[in-house]
Write a protein that binds this ligand. Structure first.
Ligand SMILES: Nc1ncnc2c1ncn2[C@@H]1O[C@H](COP(=O)(O)OP(=O)(O)OP(=O)(O)O)[C@@H](O)[C@H]1O
Ligand SMILES: [Zn+2]
Length: 649
């Protein structure tokens, strides 16, 4: 019996289409390994894998295509080798590279029937979203965080894109909470990592995204004091080679700074005042405790003497490393760097003890300081399965039945789904029109682009501006300095995107516009932005012209941002390692995730759960809105046939 008999029986004619398809999977990590296995076993004909990373020991608990022998080897290559053995009929290609590399251009993206994102950071996700929109290729975006997962089908012009809903900004804490009035373990952990560690061993905390230094009349005085304290700490750093280095730090931050805080009596009227520590007392209580031995005992909460011993020992280890560094080099906190983690864990706990806040085990502090939500293999596996079920709908051209699927932590209904939302008219990525041209960037000038493409071909007559990556290249009103520069001189590479902005003020219909109205129906209002993809082609004389397009009119100016159906506070630093203080029970949506996507603020209902966040809908309401509150497989009839073959209709 051929190996694909069962899949063929299950998928019917879709099987042939899948066999002939060429798909791309970006990211071969937690979701990627599961997804690749599914794609290979389903029989997708040609699968390209791109991943920039190498395999780490910590990946092995869930990235099952990799073993101990693969550590330090490229993920994409090993994933291809391992998964290739599952089905010899599938052609696999792997690239150990960043998906943002210029070689992965729009033309290359266009060569795929479908793209899967299995990434862990906002930046790469946004990039792939942009490229798929430009290439007009459907994208299946996915991600997980802990028990939560999400799969989103994206098709330019038909569904919301990844950027249609703004992503949450990183969570930050007011500097005074961290430095003067902590009340939770996370406040002490952020203090130890972003303030104490950074001042003593790293780069000053002023740039830390976790601290919000905004001043107001109440905290201005305190902020000035805090700046002075930080300055003193910098001076202590000078004593790094002294045997008393740990003592100097200790007496400064756990004795003198606390005494100063206590002297601000108003601060403690409604709060429990902290208790300054005495170095001699604490150090003698720790005389027989081995800090280096204890540091391995990471599951248990250490007592005062134990925390002190780890603090003193890790300070010694870090000081030694600092002294070995070249001039100007500093250390940075890394959850996987034991010395930095020991220092942060012990210092955070010492501070917690003096503020009478619960202390935490080193293991817990590692999760919190590293902003980690543990990745769960089964969540990845389920999410990867959902990706493939949605891919079937895309491959069948049945987008209207595609679903946005959510995996929740619920004992009643683990999987919920809803129809994909339509594109957001104001989205800067998909609310634009697009054209592509080829240019010889060494010869064509910006003026050629303006004249030949924008004015003559696209028909812009009024005021316009042209930008690229947030930089203004041209403005017909007041910036035409670069019109004679070649595109190469302006930094254009193999493929560069520029955006033409119609600068017509949509409140004001001036006379000139009125005249143009008659001349050209397209000039009736302000146009949407037009993104022009310019690819370098040395064989082109100057620049090609795109086929004629009718540019859409821009929607009316947005007065107020559309209300979002926000749920609980989440935090992301935009690079995938994020989220502190996540109130999991409250979350119906997730922001940035460990394996996964940047989840969006969206209203969903989990059947049978009382609490689904502030915007809970009744079952009736939700169906009235067209959202489905059913498991995603409800529209997928699963029939168990004889021989155990599953038919998916
Ligand atoms: N720009 C990019 N180009 C290609 N691959 C990328 C890019 N950004 C991220 N990736 C890959 O996406 C994958 C995401 O997988 P995952 O979330 O499991 O992260 P991880 O790094 O394997 O795990 P962890 O960070 O939890 O140790 C990683 O293998 C990572 O290398
Ligand atoms: Zn969009």
């Amino acid at each position: 019996m051929p190996r694909d008999t069962r899949v063929r029986k299950s998928l019917g004619t879709l099987h042939t289409r899948i066999k002939e398809s060429r798909v791309l999977m970006v990211g071969a990590g937690g979701i990627g390994c599961e997804l690749l296995k599914n794609l290979v076993l389903t029989g997708f004909g040609e699968i390209h894998i791109v991943d920039l990373d190498t395999i780490d020991l910590s990946n092995l608990n869930r990235q099952f295509l990799f073993g101990m022998q693969h550590i330090k080897k490229p993920k994409a290559i090993v994933a291809k080798e391992t998964a290739g053995k599952f089905n010899p009929n599938v052609k696999l290609f792997a690239e150990h590279a960043n998906i943002k590399d210029a070689k992965f251009n729009v033309k290359w993206f266009k060569s795929f029937n479908l793209v899967f994102n299995a990434l862990d950071n906002l930046d790469a996700r946004r990039h792939v979203n942009r490229m798929c929109l430009a290439a007009d290729v459907p994208l299946i975006e996915s991600g997980t965080t802990g028990y939560y997962g999400q799969v989103q089908v994206i098709k330019g012009g038909e569904t919301e894109c990844y950027d249609c809903v703004p992503k949450p900004v990183p969570k930050s804490f007011p500097v005074c909470t961290i430095r003067s009035t902590p009340s939770q373990p996370i406040h002490c952990i952020v203090w130890a990592k972003s303030y104490l560690f950074a001042e003593v061993f790293g780069t000053s905390q002023e740039s830390s995204p976790e601290l919000d230094p905004s001043e107001n009349s109440e905290n201005a005085q305190e902020i000035a004091n805090l700046k002075r304290e930080a300055e003193e700490l910098k001076n202590i750093r000078e004593k790094i080679s002294s045997p008393d280095f740990a003592k100097c730090i200790f007496e400064k931050v756990f004795t003198r700074d606390i005494e100063r805080l206590l002297s601000m009596e108003d601060m403690w009227k409604t709060r429990t005042p902290p208790k300054p520590m005495d170095y001699t007392t604490v150090s003698s209580s720790a005389a027989h405790v081995s800090g280096s031995y204890l540091a391995k005992d990471d599951q248990r909460k250490w007592n005062l003497a134990e925390n002190f011993a780890v603090f003193a020992d890790s300070t010694k280890r870090l000081a030694k490393r600092m002294l070995a560094l070249a001039d100007g080099e500093v250390l940075s906190f890394d959850k996987d760097d034991e010395d930095t983690l020991d220092f942060v864990a012990a210092a955070a706990n010492l501070r917690s003890i003096l503020f009478e806040i619960e202390s935490k085990s080193k293991f817990d502090i590692k999760q919190m300081a590293g902003n980690i939500i543990p990745a769960i293999a089964t969540t990845n596996a389920i999410t990867a399965g959902l990706c493939v079920l949605q891919a079937f709908k895309v491959m069948r051209n049945d987008l209207k039945n595609a679903k946005m699927v959510f995996l929740n932590k619920s004992t009643e209904r683990v999987i919920t789904a809803q129809n994909p939302a339509p594109p957001n008219k104001y989205c800067e990525e998909c609310g634009v029109d697009r054209v592509a041209v080829e240019a010889n960037v060494e010869k064509a000038t910006l003026g050629d682009v303006v004249k030949k493409v924008v004015r003559e071909r696209l028909g812009y007559k009024g005021d316009i501006s042209i930008t690229t990556k947030g930089r203004t290249l041209y403005d017909s009103i007041d910036f035409d300095d670069d019109v004679d520069s070649t595109l190469k001189e302006l930094g254009f590479a193999e493929e560069t995107f520029i955006t033409v902005v119609d600068e017509k003020d949509d409140d004001e219909e001036d006379k000139e516009d009125q005249e143009m109205k008659d001349a050209d129906a397209q000039e009736k209002g302000k146009r949407v932005n037009v993104v022009i993809a310019i690819s370098h082609n040395p064989e082109v004389d100057l620049i090609t012209t795109p086929p004629p397009i009718k540019i859409r009119l821009a929607p009316p100016k947005l007065v107020e941002p559309e209300p979002t159906t926000s749920t609980s506070a989440t935090a992301t630093n935009g690079n995938g390692k994020h989220t502190i203080d996540l109130d999991v029970e409250e979350v119906t949506e997730i922001s940035e995730v460990s394996e996964g996507p940047s989840f969006k603020k969206r209203k969903i209902e989990v059947l049978g759960e009382d609490k689904v966040g502030p915007n809970k809908m009744s079952k009736k309401d939700s169906s009235a809105e067209g959202d489905e509150t059913v498991a995603p497989l409800n529209d997928t009839v699963v029939v168990l046939e004889d021989e155990g073959v599953i038919t998916i209709d």
